[in-house]
Design a protein around this ligand. Sequence first.
Ligand SMILES: Cc1cc2nc3c(=O)[nH]c(=O)nc-3n(C[C@H](O)[C@H](O)[C@H](O)COP(=O)(O)OP(=O)(O)OC[C@H]3O[C@@H](n4cnc5c(N)ncnc54)[C@H](O)[C@@H]3O)c2cc1C
Length: 227
Amino acid sequence: MSDFPIVDLLSKPEHTLKTIYVACRTCYSALYPIKIWEDATDEEKMLNLVKKVLASGHHSTVEHCQFVFAVSGVSRACTHQLVRHRHMSFSQKSQRYVTEKGEFEYITPKKIENSSLNEEYKEMMKKISDFYAKMVEAGIPAEDARSVLPNAATSSLIVSLNLRELMHLAQLRLCTNAQLEIRTLVKKMCDLVIEQEPWLKDYLVPKCEIKGYCDEIRGCGRKPQKV
Ligand SMILES: Cc1cc2nc3c(=O)[nH]c(=O)nc-3n(C[C@H](O)[C@H](O)[C@H](O)COP(=O)(O)OP(=O)(O)OC[C@H]3O[C@@H](n4cnc5c(N)ncnc54)[C@H](O)[C@@H]3O)c2cc1C
């Protein structure tokens, strides 16, 4: 399961940079926005303005661009962290309406997998799975039987968010202080977007890259600590 979490980019704006450029120009131009849109052909010019506007902190201009991801093979522990982000939308597989069949899928964090407790961990998951099945068999609804499912049980979800929130998400969750699983998930989300929009590589970065220093109590050494 080393390719977990599985992340796909389902949709993105057809004209990401141009949309942001028109949003920026509209704020400072007497022209109708549609005229700005029709005249916008020079990518370098668009990029220069967008970079300047973002550097000035006028970040609402990137809220017009929405990205939709399909995510699976991710633990409920990780999705619980993800749903703390309030400017994102989620549609997540229900543990009430979907009854697990056979042994439920679960995540094994690397540090457990590489430890002497790995076999015991697997046995524990098997025991939980058997007890869950026993409850379902006895007529307990999935919504109650799920009480025994662990944080490690995997989930699937559709996640959508705008570019401003994706930048914020990257800043918090690409930091090495974020747990490895969510860091991996957010890295995959960012990489998929950067593949399509390479100019975003300077914005989909951990917060220390934006600030130029680390404000965490325990830094990783990537940037000097804030004094
Ligand atoms: C390394 C790490 C460890 C964490 N540990 C814990 C923990 O131990 N316990 C815990 O409970 N949480 C923990 N969290 C979660 C954290 O507290 C936040 O809930 C989560 O990161 C979402 O961040 P956010 O509120 O900045 O972002 P979002 O919810 O994505 O919001 C984006 C931005 O919008 C603005 N905003 C959103 N809602 C409001 C509002 N209601 N009022 C004003 N401004 C708003 C803020 O500027 C916010 O930064 C942790 C997060 C990280 C990254």
